[in-house]
Design a binder for this molecule. Sequence first.
Ligand SMILES: CSC[C@H]1O[C@H](OP(=O)(O)O)[C@H](O)[C@@H]1O
Length: 353
Amino acid sequence: MGVENLPRSIALARADGGALAVRIVDQRRLPESLVYRDVMTCEEMIEAIQTLAVRGAPAIGVSGAAALALYAANESEATSSACLVSELETIASSVSSARPTAVNLAWGVERALSCAREAACESVSARDVAKLLAGDVQAMIEEDEAANRAIGMYGAALLGRGSRVLTHCNAGSLATAFYGTALGVVYSAFEQGKIERVYADETRPVGQGARLTAWELGRAGVPCTLICDSMAASVMAAGKIDAVIVGADRICANGDTANKIGTYGLAVLARHHGIPFYVAAPASTLDMALSCGAEIPIEERDPSEVSPCIPEGVSVYNPAFDVTPAELISSIVTERGVFAPSSIMEADRACSE
Ligand SMILES: CSC[C@H]1O[C@H](OP(=O)(O)O)[C@H](O)[C@@H]1O
């Protein structure tokens, strides 16, 4: 039992014949089946991101860089590193725009481009640039896990013994390279004997809580109660929650935070009930270029996610995220410590050192 019993959501691998592959857990198949899928091309990775086969801000950040590494290794016929860089710059925007809200995706793509440009300046061959890109994806995977374990350590210190935590969506190991952000705090606190129970919102319409968080916590042996999103208010009113911990897809310079749709409502409820509301996220989720949450692009997804049967003449609104104002957030937990939302720019500087 424990977090080590969880699969790695994304890893580099070699397909039959030795070609570079990115091996992902196909999260659309959970909780019924744990299915791994080898992604071999840039287009396949874009499709995996758009269909939520791979999902979660940090995980799609790694996937964005991996998309370029797959192109360089398996698709490009460039005869020079300069030509390869030019090709990568051409496809980069199609990867970054696969999902607009999580800043991690654009961050991962830009990191891969920088890696390729720097290598090309060293006059290495296109083949060697491809190898360096794959190596940097592996480094991102390792860095993300380390960041999540640090987030877990700092976040666990905020919780007392016997804590009952409410979480939303899945900000677990599946949503990252490994260990998770919000659930990383849970796993660290659980190892310290601090977690009595986790209440997991099912998180309509896609059900990341019911399908993924409940599956993770069950597999890790963490006591979990699955609730409908509409039950969160009553559970808080009944005094069953000591803290709310969620992930993030983009955190602005003033601390406003985009996360899965329904997060904002939880923050309002937590404030009403005097319950601390924590956001857990790595530096790759910070976007200091945006001054406030109104600037965050919110992805709208297919109406069929809300219901397979939409009555004629009825429209559907399906935003995948909402924005929680900084004033409703108690603290933001990063790999460099716990920060007040108003001090998140300090966190960005600390994480960049
Ligand atoms: C640590 S994952 C962050 C964030 O990403 C998830 O969105 P999605 O399932 O659509 O990829 C959710 O908002 C998580 O909180």
